[in-house]
Design a protein around this ligand. Structure first.
Ligand code: SF4
Length: 440
């Protein structure tokens, strides 16, 4: 959505919380509203409509949004015509209860309601609108998305989840799995390539469960790899149980599919994995890692880990630390367990105190810092092809970009966003690599 607009146009300010799926959904919402005649406001103070696209994965995420809403309510108090809407997973999770908690909301709309946003926002009247119907067919195929120019872009290829891990609210707020038709995915990727995108990140809650007719996820990867102009392909988040031979073969056999995989493990204890209903044992996970590394030797691995799940004892926690050391993850997203209403584990409640969860979290963060530092130090001396993204945050004229292993490299070079340049890594911290371009 363009921020330039004529003054007769209504304007919308859109704020996004949560994962990449939500970022991609906000790009979609922006496109839907632009086509309906909305301009983009740069801040809530200038907007006719303020929409928060929210996350329900942890209690903390919901608390942040409620606090933000109470700030925005003050704006609405000064300007009663302002429409305030809450979208996404938290809308689906809390539904009409949200109107009780935040009576100044005009709209509560779940992740399958976005096509109807122009209709909802066009309605007059004072009663808030709550639309949280889940739709087994909705994939938003063919809508396209309003993306800021960047050499890397997200493409949602499937939505929903059928796995029902006991801790997770996603199947309840995002509905059942459904995949975007390959033609629509390929069309979107070609369009993006024509507009300067070099790297696509395929998104889905269990992205490697993608299936549309005869095309599985391995087939989809190969089809996208055949598109001229798309130089790199990544995907997130795969489920370990859906890492089929077809997916592994496509990763190993298609040079454009990058040697990086975010493979959520959640726990290193079989007892806890079973209680979470993750569908694999520690041994099965480790065997998968070994298989992947045997065919993709340069593979970097990241993961998700939850500490303090219902029933987690010290021995389970130690098993998680052992697994982290054994796999030597390159990076990890680590969380304290948060009981979520509507999930299967909800009625079991919490057995680990907040203090103990915090201790375990601090311990795995410290361990991961040392693993990440070692992994990055291992890059020193290597030459990695980097996709240039733009100026580095540290300023001083340095550029930044990602290596194939999705590590951030910082370097001085005469290059443009979207260029692929070889960089020799000369030093490393736990979070980034410093390099110098070679052969230029
Ligand atoms: S696979 Fe499990 S953790 Fe992932 S979205 Fe589905 S239910 Fe949630």
């Amino acid at each position: 959505m363009n921020t330039a607009h004529d003054s007769s146009q209504p304007t919308v300010y859109l704020e996004t919380y949560g994962c990449q799926m939500n970022i991609a959904d906000s790009e979609l919402i922006a496109a839907i509203l632009r086509r309906a005649g909305y301009g983009r406001a740069a801040c809530p103070e200038d907007a006719d409509v303020v929409l928060l696209n929210t996350c329900a994965i942890r209690e903390h995420a919901e608390e942040r949004v409620l606090s933000r809403l109470s700030t925005l309510a003050r704006l609405k108090h000064k300007r009663p015509a302002l429409r305030l809407g809450l979208l996404g997973c938290m809308a689906q999770h809390n539904r009409a209860q949200l109107i009780e908690k935040a009576p100044y909301l005009d709209l509560v709309a779940g992740p399958d309601s976005y096509r109807r946003l122009p209709e909802f926002l066009g309605r007059t009247g004072f009663d808030p609108i709550v639309d949280v119907r889940l739709d087994r067919e909705e994939t938003y195929a063919g809508i396209g998305a309003d993306r800021a120019p960047h050499p890397r872009a997200y493409v949602t290829v499937m939505r929903g989840c059928d796995r029902f891990c006991t801790f997770c609210v996603v199947p309840y707020v995002r509905g059942r799995e459904r995949s975007v038709a390959p033609d629509a995915v390929l069309h979107e990727c070609r369009e993006m390539a024509a507009h300067g995108v070099r790297e696509v990140v395929l998104l889905g809650q269990t992205v490697n469960a993608y299936r549309h007719g005869e095309v599985d996820f391995g087939g989809l990867l190969r089809m996208i790899a055949a598109i001229d102009g798309i130089e790199r392909i990544r995907f997130t988040s795969p489920h370990p149980c859906d890492m089929t031979a077809a997916v592994i073969d496509a990763m190993a056999g298609e040079p454009k599919v990058q040697p990086y995989l975010h493979l959520p493990v959640q726990s290193g204890s079989d007892r806890i994995l079973a209680a979470m209903q993750r569908g694999y044992s520690v041994k099965e996970y480790l065997d998968l890692v070994e298989r992947l590394r045997s065919v993709i030797p340069e593979l970097a691995l990241s993961t998700d880990i939850i500490v303090g799940f219902h029933g987690e004892e010290e021995t389970d926690f130690i098993a998680t630390m052992d697994l982290m050391r054994e796999v030597a993850f390159d990076s990890a997203f680590t969380f304290k367990y948060s009981v979520r209403e509507h999930t299967r584990a909800y009625k079991l409640g919490d057995t680990v105190s907040e203090t103990e969860k915090a201790r375990r979290l601090a311990a795995i963060i410290e361990l991961q810092e040392s693993l990440s530092t070692a992994s990055n130090q291992n890059e020193v001396g290597r030459i990695r092809e980097v996709l240039v993204e733009g100026p580095a945050r540290r300023g001083d004229g340095m550029l930044c970009g990602k290596t194939p292993q999705f590590k951030t490299a910082v370097f001085a070079a005469q290059a443009q966003p979207g260029d692929l340049i070889p960089v020799r890594i000369i030093s490393a911290t736990s979070h980034s690599l410093i390099g110098v371009p070679v052969g230029r």
